[in-house]
Design a protein around this ligand. Sequence first.
Ligand code: FRU
Length: 517
Amino acid sequence: MKKWIGIYSLVCLMAGCSKPAMQPAMGLKTTLNEQHRPQFHFTPPQKWMNDPNGMVYYKDEYHLFYQYYPDSTVWGPMHWGHAISKDLMHWEHLPIALYPDKNGLIFSGSVVIDEQNTSGFQKGIEKPLVALFTYHDLKGEKAGKNDFQTQGIAYSLDKGRTWTKYADNPVIQNPHLRDFRDPKVIWHEASKQWIMTLAVGNYVVFYASKNLKNWAQVGEFGQKEGAHDVVTGGVWECPDLFPLKMEGENTEKWVLIVSIGNGAPNGGSGTQYFIGQFDGKTFKNDAKPSEIHWLDYGRDNYAGVTWYGAPNQRRIFLGWMSNWQYAMKVPTQNWRSAMTLPRELVLKNTPKGTRLFQKPVAEQRLLKGSKTTIKKQSIITNNVLNIDNPCNELNLNFDLNQTNATELGLMLSNSKGEKVLIGYEKTTNRFFIDRTESGKVDFEPHFAGRHYAPRSSVNPILKMNIHMDVSAAELFADDGETVMTDVFFPNEDFKTTTLFSKNGAAQLIEGTFWQLK
Ligand code: FRU
C-alpha cells in the first residue's frame, strides 16, 4: 500500500496544507548535538525530510531542495525545503521554497536553468530557474480517481530565493495513470529541446518540450528491463537521465538512474542504473534486459538524483539516506533522516563491462583534520585503532593473497557492547555491513541484519574507503565500484574502531584515517 494513504487522513485537510507552516529561519543552524544527528551529512533543521529535489548549480551556489513536511517527524503533506552551499559540505538553510496549493501537494522533481529564456519567464538579468515537480491531489486520490498526479512548474528570478507558480499549472495532465511522477528535466543539446524523464508505474516515459510549458510524450523505457518488484508491486520512482564521459576516453554514454520502491537486493527501497544510449526519444540499454545494476547495495540510499549544471561537467549525486521500509520509525527525536554524501559519478570499463563508479566529492577534504597513518599489520583477531571519534574517514587496503581469514574489516563499537561491522567475506566474495547488534534495532522487524554486496573487482588488493558519521556509514569499495550505505542508532556513540579478522589472519598493507570536522 502506498505510504501516503492513511497519513493524509491523520495530518492533512487541504486547506491546512496550503498555509505557510513552520518556517526554518534564514541561516538557521541545525542543532548538531542531538543524539544520532550526523555531523557532516545534510539533515533538515527539524522535522521530516525525504527525497532530494531540484538540485541545481547556479552562480556559485549549489541548491538542494528536498521533500519536507515541516509539521511532523513523519511523512505528511509535502513541501520543498531548501538549502544552499558553496562547497557541498557547509549548508545554509533557506525558507521553504514551495508550498502545497489548490492543485495538490508538492512531490519530487527537478530544477533547470533556462539559459535561453525558452519559457519567456525572464524579466531582468537573472536567468529563470524553473522547477518541475509533481502535484499530488489529495482530494482526487480520496475520491478514488486514478489521475491525481500531474506535473506543475514554478520559476525563480532571484537566484532561487523566491518562487512563483506558473498560472496555467498543471502543465502535464494525467493520462489515468495512478503513479505518474518525479519529473527530472535536462536540456538535450542534440535535439535542442528539454527532455523530461518521468516515472510511470514500473517504467519511465520521456516527454519533450521547447519551452518547459508544452510537453509531448516521445518515448518510454523499462517495462521489461532491470529490476521490477512483482511481489509487492513496488513502483519505479525518481528517475534521472544524463550523459557521462567514459573515464580516460573521449566517448560518452547515457546513464539512467531509477529508484524502486520495494525489491532492493537487501530489502525495501533501492536504486538501480542503466547504461546505454539516448537519442532524444528513447533509451537503449547496452546490457541484457535481465541484467540489474544496483547503485548502492546498502539499505539506506534512495531516490537519489544528480545536480543540474554542476561546473566542469561534474556529475554529482545525492541520495536520501533511508528506506521506506522503516523511514518513519527510525529513533531520532526532532528530525528524521539525512542525505548521503554528495558523490561524484564516473563511468569506467571493467572486465564485466562498463560500470558506474562513485566517490565522495573532492570538497570533502575541507572537513578533514590531519592525516594519520595506520601501520601495515597482520590482524589475527582484533587490533584496536587509536580513534575515539564518531566522525571519520578510513582507507584500508588489504592484500587478499596474504589473507587466509574468512572475514575481515572494521568494527565500530561502544562501551555498551553495541557494534557495526563493515567488512568483506572472503568465502563468499561479498562486502557486508552488519548492524544486527548496533543498538536500537527493534523499532522495525526488518531493520537489524547483515547486508551484502557482491564484490565486482578481481583485484587482489581489496580497498575499503569508509565514511563514518555518528549514525551512518558509507563504504566505497574498490575505488567506488561497489558501494554500501547503512544507518544505525547506537545508544551511545561509537568511539572505538577496531580492525578485525575471523578464522585466520588478514594482511593490511596500507591504512590511513582522518577525523572529520
Ligand atoms: C520517493 C517518493 C516519490 C514522491 C515522493 C513523495 O521517495 O515516493 O516518488 O514524489 O517520494 O514524498
